[in-house]
Design a binder for this molecule. Sequence first.
Ligand code: ATP
Ligand code: FE2
Length: 325
Amino acid sequence: MICLGIESTAHSFGVGVVNEQCEILANEITMYSPKEGGIHPREAANHHADKGPGILKLAMEKAGISKKEIDIIAFAQGPGLGPCLRTGATMARTLSLNLKKPIVGVNHCVAHLEIGRGLFKCQDPVLLYVSGGNTQVIAFANGKYRVFGETLDIGIGNMLDKFGRVMGMPFPAGPTIEKMAREGNRFIEFPYSVKGMDIAFSGILTAALAKRGKHDIADISHSLQETTFAMLVEVTERAMAHLGASEVLLGGGVAQNKRLQEMVTIMAEERDARMFVPPGSLCTDNGAMIAWTGLLMNKAGVALEISETQVDQRYRTDDVDVVWR
Ligand code: ATP
Ligand code: FE2
């Protein structure tokens, strides 16, 4: 069985092709980057509509299969930006109708977790999902993927990018901040904002920006990372303790950060737990994770009528009926 998956929740448009063994036959991606400021949803959607067909063609070439060999079409149904989601959904509907293949709508956050399970054959990991728009700790409990903790305001990547924009770093700023942080050694105290199982980043962003010109940018970057990553690790560890979990998985663009990986590794080792990080191309938004999750869902009998394929910008992780586990 081969599934083609389309990802278009935000600024990336991706097409992935996977088989039943979770082999990634293709995983092509194109990213819209705004000339200045944040993502403009309509412009990002126009970019996806423009570049989408080329990415689809490239993915088919990479996979070395013909369209007739595709058994399932999957697309990211939400959460995300409406215009971007609709562009991907439209391509998915067209393919499904043309090829007469079933169509499956996938929850983007759940896909970040399922690709890790597929790649590493781990059973029941707690996912620390850290990207631009999302920051959540997700795990399976009582038949659903539950959000054990999440950001109360902006995603951590978004916070890093906003900090970087003011500091004159190129977009996305995460990798530059990581590099700068390595040069920093003086720790500056910032507000540590964990509320129960939830976290907040806007206070620390304001505090970090207020240090501009007063401290070395390397020291600010270092302290920003140390503080926010400690917050993430604390909440993740508490979720693991609560569940008695022995596996932790990273996902999302920020999961590529080596210092974050190191901190999660230390926490996991102290708990005798195993820790997994997918390669970068499967951490950031990608079509392969949508394809893999769609394949699991369809094997469990999930398929949508075209009339049920409308996107859901606020599709909650715990709204998904996890019939495949
Ligand atoms: P989503 O739609 O799931 O919220 P996204 O559109 O933000 O995802 P991703 O590619 O998952 O896309 O994540 C991008 C984010 O990852 C950016 O905010 C970027 O700064 C951040 N990032 C990338 N590399 C690093 C790094 N090495 N360290 C920290 N942050 C990073
Ligand atoms: Fe994502």
